[in-house]
Write a protein that binds this ligand. Structure first.
Ligand SMILES: [Zn+2]
Length: 280
């Protein structure tokens, strides 16, 4: 039996999409979930939070685990998954932050001051950590925690380009990053004509690992990490593709998807996707 265990920390925050049509205000929030995988003494953190406040809470949570943080793995280059890095690296100087070369390159672009000022600050005024850091490039496609292998799984374009999951074979765990969502509208604002098929293939890749547990980057406040979210994410993508073809305006597409998914949180994500797909 593997000696590795894992636990989650989930934080609720505002959606990054403002100006959503009226009607779903109660669902206008989103979560981020981070994963701590740990053994007898060492630990690996997968992804981080967005705001300075949540970053501090994350640092405290890792410290309270009593484990020696060796590695922080970042699944993809969206700020809500890596903005805590500088604070973590300052507090845990022995830890190394890593990601694939494509993710590191994209993060270096994302943390340029002009992009932070133009994209993130208007959406989260006063909340973005004042110092940001990029991870280092992981050499190869796996690393180790107390002798157990952790494998990087390339997913291609899911909710952005060059996304990855982290697979821990010894315990059947997939930390899916944003490749799988749980009861949250998918972020499809970066979609183009090929990316839904690419995302569907990514789900097949994850499913083929036959995981016992699948951690989703965005989900409910008390996530069950069930593999069933692979199939539910697949269904949402197919419904989005069909709705895209059967509607002609952004509001029509938005309402069509809301009629199929009335209870998913973060309708702003859907609204952003609808506007990107059908600009008026
Ligand atoms: Zn995300």
């Amino acid at each position: 039996m593997s000696k590795l265990q894992w636990k989650l920390l989930t934080k609720k925050r505002e959606s990054s999409t403002k100006g959503v049509p009226p009607g779903k205000e109660a669902l206008a929030w989103v979560t981020n979930t981070v994963t701590l995988i740990y053994g007898q003494r060492d630990a690996v953190l997968v992804d981080t939070f967005l705001s300075a406040q949540h970053s501090q809470e994350l640092v405290n949570w890792v410290a309270e685990s009593g484990k020696n943080l060796t590695t922080i793995y970042i699944t993809h280059a969206h700020g809500d998954h890596f903005f805590s890095l500088k604070l973590l690296l300052d507090r845990f100087p022995n830890a190394k932050a890593i990601a694939t070369a494509s993710v590191v390159n994209a993060i270096r672009d994302q943390i340029k001051p002009e992009y932070i000022r133009s994209f993130w600050v208007p959406r989260f005024p006063g909340q973005i950590p004042s110092q940001l850091a990029a991870p280092e490039v992981l050499q190869g496609d796996s690393f180790y925690l107390e002798g157990e292998e952790l494998k990087v799984v390339e997913l291609g374009h899911t909710d952005t380009s060059h996304t990855t999951a982290l697979y821990v074979p010894s315990i059947g765990l997939v930390v899916a990053g944003d490749g799988v969502y749980n009861n949250t509208h998918l972020y499809l604002a970066e979609r183009d004509d090929t990316t839904i098929d690419e995302w569907l293939r990514a789900l097949d890749t994850i499913e083929a690992l036959r995981p016992n547990a699948v951690v989703t980057g965005h989900g409910v406040l008390d996530p069950d990490s069930s593999p069933r979210h692979i199939g539910e994410t697949r269904r949402y993508l197919r419904d989005f593709a069909a709705s895209l073809a059967s509607t002609s305006t952004a509001p029509e597409l938005y309402q069509k998807m809301l009629s199929l998914y009335p209870d998913r949180v973060n309708p702003g994500s859907l609204w952003a996707a609808a506007k990107a797909a059908k600009p008026s």
